[in-house]
Design a binder for this molecule. Structure first.
Ligand SMILES: [Zn+2]
Length: 305
């Protein structure tokens, strides 16, 4: 969009802040004191940036957040204007100026996203049930995690281990296949934006659910295809989709995906989190993960991404 188009789309105040990197006067923003449940979107393009759970009262005069919605939706840029060195934050989708980020936050992330109210569009969520979780295993967790980080409505993706008998397993133990655990992701999502049906359609698009204890060259029970549900509704939806895929013979062989009640999830070591985005240039990512993301884009086009 060029400047003229932005001018016609945005109010003059929004244009000044989002496109000319302006700053609203402190303690004047409409969202400063907002404590309602919902999602904070970019006012320029609607990209989801923060949830109400990430907001805190920083007393600095602007809405403040300690985290962002997963998936690289916010860019960080060094800003040397006004005789200071600061880190500007912008919307990764439309480039709109949001504010700045500082490392003096009071929560465990130590981050303070200081954002103009005018840069944000708040979408309240009616239901109290703003987020749900499900555990999915479809081979190497790096690959599954990378796929879900790209979906609208995904709030958090954590790689870890589930379904086994060893407490607090280490990556190396799980790789040996002796812990009973599968490599899984714990997906936190907003069901008002991303339905479980769509989550599972993506799941069955990006891995092979018909090979027992195996994904490609990765062989072992740790690579089994699993869904660990947290509610009867999730169990029902999972079984319905599997039955439908089997009935329509979408795959040459029957689906062997395990569908079981969730018991425990152990988060994997930090260096296994967000692996793809941090190691894009590695051969494994290029060979295994990039084609999955391409396939996902082809199948779902703009509808989920
Ligand atoms: Zn935007």
């Amino acid at each position: 969009m060029n400047n003229e188009e932005w001018k016609s789309k945005l109010t003059p105040e929004q244009y000044y802040i989002l496109r000319e990197k302006g700053t609203e006067r402190p303690f004047t923003g409409a969202l400063l004191m907002n404590k309602d449940k919902g999602i904070y979107n970019c006012a320029g393009c609607g990209s989801e940036l923060f949830t109400d759970e990430m907001k805190f009262d920083s007393h600095c005069g602007w809405p403040s957040f300690d985290k962002e919605i997963a998936g690289g939706k916010i860019n960080r840029i060094i800003d040397k204007t006004h005789g200071m060195i600061r880190t500007e934050i912008t919307c990764a989708n439309c480039g709109g100026h949001l504010g700045h980020i500082f490392d003096d936050g009071p929560t465990e992330t130590s981050e303070r996203y200081c954002v103009n109210s005018i840069s944000l569009a708040f979408v309240p969520v009616q239901s109290e049930n703003i987020s749900e979780e499900i555990i999915l295993g479809g081979g190497c967790f790096w690959c599954v995690e990378a796929v879900y980080l790209n979906l609208k409505g995904v709030l958090k993706v954590e790689s870890g281990y589930s379904g086994g008998h060893v407490k607090n397993p280490a990556y190396r133990e799980v790789c040996n296949g002796t812990t009973g655990h599968a490599e899984v992701i714990k997906l936190t999502y907003n069901p008002a934006i991303l339905t479980l049906q769509n989550i599972l359609k993506v799941f069955f698009t990006v891995h092979d659910p018909t090979t027992l204890n195996r994904q490609g060259n990765d062989v072992g029970t740790q690579y089994r295809s699993v869904i660990y549900f947290k509610s009867e509704a999730q169990q029902q939806t999972s079984m319905d989709i599997i039955n439908q895929l089997n009935k329509e013979k979408v795959f040459a062989n029957s689906i062997v995906t395990e569908v079981k009640a969730f018991e425990t999830f152990y988060k994997a070591e930090e260096d296994h989190q967000n692996y793809y985005n941090l190691h894009k240039s590695e051969a494994y990512c290029q060979i295994i993960i990039s084609p999955k993301l391409e396939k996902l884009k082809k199948v779902f086009k703009e509808s989920l991404l």
